[in-house]
Ligand binder design. Structure first.
Ligand code: UD1
Ligand code: MG
Length: 448
C-alpha cells in the first residue's frame, strides 16, 4: 500500500485543565496558528488520504479550525483509547493504516508521520507502530517495553509502571500507527481497570502482542513530539518552532540579521534575497517577494509585499495591506487595508487605511487618511503620480485624481480632479517687524 493510503485521527477532546484557560487547549497558538492547525497541516503535508479530529463537547471552535476535515465528538473524557473509539465513524469504509496523533503536539513533522506509516508497511508488517523518544526527563510518559530483539511488547503508563519500568528511557511519543483492519478488534479489548480508570490507547500494544501480532518502534527527536500541557510547555513549543522557522527562512535565501529576535508565523512566505533587520514580528498571512528589505522593529500581519520594496524601520503593516513593487514605507507609518501602487512612497509618520494609492505617488510626512466617522469606514482613492504635502488629512470618502498636488497642511474634504492643485488651509498672514515690536512690548511690561 502506498503512503497516500493512510488516514489520520487527531485527538483533541482533552479540556487541557493545566492551561488554566477558557480556550480549548488545542486552539492556543504557536507561531501564529492554533496548535491543532499545525498537526492538521503536518497530516496534510504527509499525504493523508483522510483526516478526522476527535473533539469534546462545546468545542465548535475547534471544529471550525479544522474544517473542512470532519470531527467526531467524545462525550466524556474516558481516555485516549475511548477517544479513538469515538473517532471510528470518521474512518468508516477505510481499512488502510490509521495514524493517531495528538492535537497538542504542534512540532510534529510530516516526514515523521510518513516514517511511522513506513514502519507499519515494513516486511515484518507490524499491527501497531509507535513513535519512540528518549526525553531527558521521562516522568509522565508511557514507557516502551521491548524484548531482546527490539520488538515492542507493551506500553506501560507512568502511573502503572514498576520502579524498574520507570527506569526505562525509551518513551511513548504519543503517535501510533495501526493496521486499520485490526484497529476495531484492539479497541474492543480495552478495559479501564487501571490507575486512572481510563481506556488507554497504549494498552492496544499488549493486546496485539497477546494475539501474536507484531508491534514496532520508530524513534524520533524529542523536540518534535513535545506535548503541550501547560503555558510553560507552550512557550517551549513556540521557541522550538521559531528556531525551526528561522532556519528554514535563512536556508530559503533570506538574511536575518539577528535571527533570535525575528518572530515568524508558520505561514510566513519570504522570497529570495529578502533582508530582515532585528526585532521584526510577522503575524499570520504575510507574503514577501524577492529583494525586499525590512528594517528593524517592524510589525506585519496579513500583508503582501511585492518585489524590491523597502519597509521600516518601525513600520506597522496591518491586514489587507498590499505594498507594490519598489515602494518605500518608512518609520512610524501604519498601513491597513490599503494598496500602494508600484514605486509609491509613504516615508514618515503616516496612517494609510482603507485606501488605494496609485503608482509613484508620494505621501508626505504626517499624512492621515481619516477613514472612520465613528460609525463606518470609508475609502480614500489616490491616483498615480500624486503629490500629497506633509500633514494632510484626507477625510474619506474622497478621491484624488492622477497627477494632482495637495498643499501641505490641507484638510481635504472634497474630491480633487486629475492634474489639479488643492490648498485647504488658512491663508498665511505675515506682518513685517511685528515680532520685534511684540517682544519689546512684553519686555516693557516686565519692567513695570
Ligand atoms: C499520552 C500517552 C503516553 C504518552 C504521552 C505522550 C496514553 C494513555 N498515554 O499520555 O503513553 O507518553 O501521551 O505525550 O495514551 N484525549 C482525548 N480524550 C481523552 C483523553 C485524551 O481526546 O479522553 C486527547 C487529549 O486532548 C490529548 C491527547 O489525547 O490531545 C493525549 O492525552 P493526554 O491526557 O495528554 O495523554 P498523556 O497523559 O500525555
Ligand atoms: Mg499529554
Amino acid at each position: 500500500m502506498t503512503q497516500s493510503g493512510f488516514a489520520c485521527l487527531i485527538l483533541a477532546a482533552g479540556r487541557g485543565t493545566r492551561m488554566r484557560s477558557r480556550l480549548p487547549k488545542v486552539l492556543h497558538r504557536v507561531a501564529g496558528l492554533p496548535m491543532v492547525t499545525h498537526v492538521v497541516a503536518a497530516a496534510e503535508a504527509a499525504g493523508a488520504a483522510r483526516i478526522g479530529v476527535v473533539v469534546g463537547p462545546e468545542m465548535a471552535d475547534v471544529a471550525a479550525a479544522v474544517a473542512p476535515h470532519g470531527t467526531a465528538m467524545q462525550a466524556a473524557q474516558r481516555g485516549t483509547g475511548d477517544a479513538v473509539r469515538a473517532g471510528l465513524p470518521l474512518l468508516a469504509g477505510f481499512d488502510g493504516p490509521v495514524l493517531v496523533l495528538f492535537g497538542d503536539t504542534p512540532l510534529v513533522r510530516p516526514g515523521t508521520l510518513g516514517r511511522l506509516v513506513e514502519t507499519l508497511e515494513s516486511p515484518e508488517a507490524p499491527t501497531v507502530a509507535v513513535l519512540g523518544m528518549r526525553p531527558d526527563e521521562p516522568d509522565a510518559y508511557g514507557r516502551l517495553i521491548v524484548d531482546e530483539s527490539g520488538a515492542l511488547q507493551a506500553i506501560v503508563e507512568a502511573a502503572e509502571a514498576t520502579p524498574d519500568q520507570r527506569a526505562i528511557g525509551l518513551c511513548n511519543g504519543g503517535l501510533m500507527a495501526f493496521d486499520g483492519a485490526r484497529l476495531a478488534v484492539l479497541l474492543a479489548a480495552l478495559t479501564d481497570t487501571n490507575a486512572k480508570g481510563e481506556f488507554y490507547l497504549t494498552d492496544t500494544v499488549a493486546i496485539a502482542h497477546a494475539h501474536g501480532w507484531a508491534c514496532a518502534v520508530a524513534e524520533a527527536d524529542t523536540d518534535e513530539i513535545l506535548g503541550v500541557n501547560t503555558r510553560v510547555d507552550l512557550a517551549a513549543a513556540e521557541a522550538a518552532m521559531q528556531r525551526r522557522l528561522r532556519f528554514a527562512a535563512m536556508r530559503g535565501g533570506a538574511t536575518l540579521v539577528d535571527p533570535d529576535t525575528v518572530w515568524l508565523a508558520a505561514d510566513t512566505r519570504l522570497g529570495q534575497d529578502v533582508t530582515i533587520g532585528p526585532s521584526v514580528v510577522f503575524g499570520p498571512g504575510v507574503t514577501v517577494a524577492d529583494g525586499v528589505a525590512i528594517g528593524a522593529f517592524c510589525h506585519l500581519e496579513g500583508v503582501a509585499i511585492e518585489r524590491g520594496a523597502r519597509i521600516g524601520p518601525f513600520a506597522r503593516l496591518r491586514p489587507g495591506a498590499v505594498v507594490g513593487e519598489d515602494c518605500h514605507v518608512g518609520n512610524f507609518v501604519e498601513i491597513k487595508n490599503a494598496r500602494l501602487g508600484a514605486g509609491a512612497k509613504v516615508n514618515h509618520l503616516s496612517y494609510v487605511g482603507d485606501a488605494a494609492v496609485g503608482a509613484r505617488s508620494n505621501i508626505g510626512a504626517g499624512t492621515i487618511t481619516c477613514n472612520y466617522d465613528g460609525h463606518a469606514k470609508h475609502h480614500t482613492e489616490i491616483g498615480a503620480d500624486v503629490f500629497v504635502g506633509s500633514n494632510t488629512a484626507l477625510v474619506a470618502p474622497v478621491t484624488v485624481g492622477d497627477e494632482a498636488l495637495i498643499a501641505a497642511g490641507s484638510v481635504i474634504t472634497a474630491d480633487v480632479p486629475a492634474g489639479a492643485m488643492a490648498v485647504a488651509r488658512g491663508r498665511q498672514a505675515t506682518k513685517p517687524g511685528r515680532a520685534r515690536s511684540w517682544r519689546a512690548a512684553v519686555a516693557a511690561k516686565r519692567q513695570t
